[in-house]
Design a protein around this ligand. Structure first.
Ligand SMILES: Nc1ncnc2c1ncn2[C@@H]1O[C@H](COP(=O)(O)OP(=O)(O)OP(=O)(O)O)[C@@H](O)[C@H]1O
Ligand SMILES: [Mg+2]
Length: 101
């Protein structure tokens, strides 16, 4: 998520990382002010090799595996992972896992 925030946010943008716990689960968020993701792509970006627009992200040179791996790791911890984004406004990636007890 951090790597993506850096890759897909032009210089001068902002990236915020937060962790919030309600005592039951902790939610991590990586928020950026970058290029954003079209609504029609949001449900697919966690799939292996899926990249929103090969042309726009070609220079970044990614494989489209980062978020698929992130989802597998979070699933293995019985957590949740999701994203909110709007083109030109930025993205907010979140994952939640249960607190240790
Ligand atoms: N923070 C973000 N802002 C805008 N688009 C993003 C962001 N994070 C992911 N994306 C889009 O989702 C796609 C999938 O992300 P993912 O991390 O799985 O692959 P990748 O970054 O292309 O390659 P890599 O395997 O090197 O991570 C990206 O290609 C990009 O189009
Ligand atoms: Mg990536």
């Amino acid at each position: 998520m951090l790597d993506n925030a850096l890759q897909y946010t032009p210089s001068g943008g902002q990236i915020d990382v937060t962790a919030v716990s309600d005592g039951r689960e902790v939610t991590f968020t990586v928020a950026d002010t970058g290029i954003g993701i079209p609504e029609s792509d949001l449900e697919r970006i966690f799939e292996r090799f899926y990249r929103v627009d090969a042309a726009r992200s070609r220079e970044a040179g990614g494989t489209g595996l980062g978020l698929a791996i992130a989802r597998h790791i979070v699933d293995a911890h019985k957590g949740r992972i999701w994203v909110e984004s709007a083109v030109g406004q930025g993205s907010r990636f979140h994952f939640s896992v249960a607190c240790a007890r």
